[in-house]
Design a protein around this ligand. Structure first.
Ligand SMILES: C[N+](C)(C)CCCC[C@H](N)C(=O)O
Ligand SMILES: O=C(O)CCC(=O)C(=O)O
Length: 469
């Protein structure tokens, strides 16, 4: 018996697909093979729209394959052309949709045949899946839904209820958020991990360290040997590999202008973020003061050498600006600027695009990244929603907030203490100094930092659910 399915009201060109599928008869033990000719439009999008509108097929309504066994507190699952339908009983469950596309579900099969278990990468070509794939049989239980698909080689997928119900209620996975703790003039007194803790229990200690940085914006590693720079480098590499830049990888510097940047001088540096000129500014920056040798004490009075360190919680400062002058916050979020690093011969780095001072997360609207180094900023453009003088006015307000006594956290770095901060949130600087001040440290990519934080603070299954979607 030929079983011709044709979607009515199709537009655009069609092409014939011939499928052999097993449609179970009423008695599940018997199945019969039937030639099925299915037509679908080339333009997948429109066929989807028509697909979901096609109520009547030109022959019998598709045999609904569904699992009627109700599972407490879970929706009843049924099938209609192109979709699995999920109907909650009369409970008022707040859902955004009551059906999920078959092709989307099949593409998200996570079985060991579909996902390379060694690499966690998709193991099949999504675009060779039957465009009008249908379930032959559906079973559901307390844990999830099992679907037997109509494919040339029949395929069985299992979807945990957590996955299904998430996408009935939401459009996507929301970005990970952590409870951040702002800091002001007094910093965080408890944001440190002992070096020996890392040596004795690396994963747990690095987990605590990365979580402190994630939540507080910065943390110290204390008790670090400082006769040489090597222990510092080794500790940083326990978080993630050190990022190479035009300053090299692990850095160890003194004020000798060995590289063309004011960091290699004894000049004061106002609060800034580093590498504003990279498309992907460095995620973490580490600084360890190894030594500071100055002129001998004069007439017995202590010669203050200077070189104090400054941190500003950019998220806290931006919150103050937003509350006091929302338009200034919006201007600094909207006006996209050029940034550059061009001091070193043969180096002229600029980002792939123009970027604003504040970047806000598209989903949560929350401040996500600050890019602020007025010395490395390019020319404020004339086009766009705001004029340059509106930008200067907003930036001046931002600059004023950054220099408030209540916002600036000044402290003295000491040998043996590595400072590590979130360069997308925390601005840093220093006071002028005399003498020879030796600093070492390194940059770490944002994504490598966040990956390490995830994997040292949460179970892998939980992390995989978050990152695969
Ligand atoms: C010494 N160390 C490599 C840490 C920094 C060198 C210069 C940093 C500069 N503010 C920039 O963003 O490029
Ligand atoms: O010397 C310092 O304390 C900080 C230097 C600096 O701002 C940097 O390396 O980006």
């Amino acid at each position: 018996m030929a079983f011709h399915l044709r979607l009515r009201g199709m537009t655009g060109s069609c092409h014939q697909l011939t499928r052999h599928i097993h449609i179970p008869t009423s008695t599940p033990t018997q199945t019969q093979t039937q030639r099925v000719t299915v037509t679908a439009t080339r333009n997948w999008g429109s066929s989807y729209r028509h697909y979901s509108q096609a109520r009547q097929w030109n022959t019998r309504t598709l045999a609904t394959v569904s699992d009627r066994t109700p599972t407490p507190n879970r929706p009843v699952v049924s099938s209609s052309p192109g979709f699995l339908n999920f109907r909650y009983d009369d409970r008022d469950v707040n859902v955004k949709r009551t059906k999920l596309p078959n092709l989307w579900l099949r593409d998200n099969c996570r079985c060991s045949a579909c996902v390379n278990q060694d690499t966690m990468q998709r193991n099949f070509n999504s675009f060779e899946l039957p465009e009008l794939i249908q379930p032959l049989r559906i079973e559901s239980n307390q844990v999830g839904v099992r679907v037997h698909w109509s494919e040339t080689t029949s395929h069985e997928s299992f979807y945990p209820w957590e996955f299904i119900e998430h996408y009935l209620k939401f459009d996507k996975r929301s970005p990970e958020e952590v409870q951040v703790k702002y800091f002001g003039a007094y910093g965080h007194l408890d944001s440190f991990v002992e070096c020996e803790e890392i040596e004795s229990n690396e994963a747990a200690a690095v987990g605590r360290l990365t979580d402190l940085i994630r939540r507080n914006g910065f943390a110290f590693i204390t008790g670090v040997p400082y006769a040489t720079a090597e222990p510092t480098q080794k500790l940083l590499e326990k978080i993630a590999f050190i990022r190479q830049t035009h300053y090299g990888g692990f850095y160890d510097f003194i004020p000798d202008l060995s590289l063309a940047d004011t960091a290699y001088t004894n000049l004061p540096l106002g609060a800034h973020t580093d590498t504003t000129y990279f498309s992907d500014p460095v995620g973490l920056q580490a600084l360890h003061l190894l030594s500071h040798v100055g002129p001998e004490l004069k007439n017995g009075l202590g010669a203050t050498l200077g070189g104090k360190s400054l941190l500003v919680d950019g998220f806290y400062a931006a919150g103050l600006l937003k509350a006091e002058d929302p338009e200034a916050y919006d201007i600094l979020s909207s006006v996209k600027l050029p940034w550059h690093a061009s001091g070193n011969k043969g180096i002229t780095i600029t980002p792939d695009n123009l970027y604003p001072v504040f970047e806000n997360n598209e989903i949560t609207g929350k401040l996500h990244r600050i890019r602020w180094n007025n010395d490395d900023r390019g020319v404020v453009p004339f086009d766009g929603k705001y004029t340059p003088w509106e930008w200067y006015d907003a930036a001046k307000k931002w600059n004023e907030v950054l220099r408030r006594k209540s916002v600036e956290y000044w402290f003295q770095l000491r040998p043996g203490e590595i400072l590590i901060f979130d360069n997308w949130r925390v601005l840093h600087g220093r006071s002028a100094f005399t003498g020879v001040r030796r600093m070492c440290g390194g940059y770490i990519n944002r994504d490598d930092f966040i990956s390490r934080w995830r994997n040292t603070n949460y179970a892998r299954d939980d992390v995989l659910k978050r990152v695969i979607g």
